[in-house]
Design a binder for this molecule. Structure first.
Ligand code: UDP
Ligand code: MG
Length: 156
């Protein structure tokens, strides 16, 4: 099982799309192991986006992400990181394929509704930043219908 950090960005909440976006991850079969409504501090934004510090869009990105509340979400599943990136779609709304979150709900290059960790190391680092208290494990009865117990769940 793999865990990943998803952020519903300020535009998602301001546009009333938080529930609809969370529902897509949930319906896919990913397990919710962390959920938090919060306001990102400039310090947290700087840590979270430290890889982008030298980029021209960085000041605007930090301003946007700290401008209003966000929802931090931790999701678990086999291959969760890639699954979430696929559900999110390409970075810029105008380029993102229909059927994806960014493709269906946005047109902007910066206001793109959702963040998702881009690899296992980023996921581990980001989950610690947003959920320093740890995550909540839950035994999902539906797992035996989401995954094949004879194959996919055997080694887990
Ligand atoms: N971003 C932006 N302008 C750009 C590129 C990125 O405003 O030209 C913002 C956008 O909100 C994006 C975030 O910076 O989601 C992080 O960029 P990254 O390349 O990591 O894209 P992502 O992983 O979110 O698809
Ligand atoms: Mg990224």
């Amino acid at each position: 099982m793999e865990r990943t950090l998803i952020l519903l960005k300020p535009d998602a909440l301001q546009r009333g799309l938080a529930g609809e976006i969370l529902a897509r991850f949930e319906a896919k079969g990913l397990k919710l192991v962390g959920l938090k409504l919060m306001r990102m501090s400039p310090e947290l934004a700087a840590k979270h986006y430290e890889a982008h510090k030298a980029r021209g869009f960085y000041p605007g990105l930090v301003k946007f992400m700290t401008s209003a509340p966000i929802v931090a979400i931790a999701l678990e599943g086999i291959g969760a990181i890639k699954i979430c990136r696929n559900l999110m779609g390409a970075t810029f709304g105008a380029d993102a394929a229909g059927g994806t979150i960014r493709g269906d709900f946005g047109v902007s290059r910066s206001f793109n509704l959702v963040h998702g960790s881009d690899g296992p190391e980023a996921a581990e680092r980001e989950l610690k930043l947003f959920f320093p208290e740890g995550l909540l494990d839950q035994d999902l009865a539906a797992y035996r219908w989401i995954y094949d117990p004879e194959e996919e769940l055997k080694a887990k």
